[in-house]
Write a new protein. Structure first.
Length: 125
């Protein structure tokens, strides 16, 4: 059974050694939400390192302070990242994150249906 943390803005859970982060509709990620997400994730990870799947489908904005935080402190405990960016706006957020590429593998997907093959690809690296 997966451990889950749910809030009004984001759902985070650990399932089969993968962290999932899915935002609720029309969320703007500010510094406060970004720090909450990392705190929630740290609770679930309990000191372990995992790959993370982040669905950007419902994100309507992200502040500069949040982006900076997530690109630095927010990377702790992540071994690889899969972004789901099905829309042009979600793709912009992905590209902003990749402006300073993290020190691990990052995969961009257009839909959640592609996750299984991406996880397989990560396991082959």
């Amino acid at each position: 059974m997966a451990e889950k943390i749910l809030s009004e803005k984001v759902r985070i859970w650990l399932e089969k050694d993968v962290i999932y982060v899915v935002f609720c509709e029309f969320v703007t990620i500010d510094y406060i939400l970004a720090s909450q997400i990392v705190s929630y994730r740290m609770i679930l990870q309990n000191g372990q390192t995992y790959p993370m799947i982040c669905d950007l489908s419902s994100v309507k904005g992200i502040t500069l302070k949040a982006r900076r935080f997530l690109r630095r402190e927010g990377l702790y405990g992540i071994s690889a990242m899969i972004f789901i960016a099905p829309s042009p706006l979600a793709l912009v957020y992905y590209l902003q994150f990749m402006y300073e590429p993290p020190p691990f593998t990052v995969i961009l997907l257009r839909s959640f249906q592609e996750v299984r093959s991406a996880l397989y690809q990560l396991n082959q690296l």
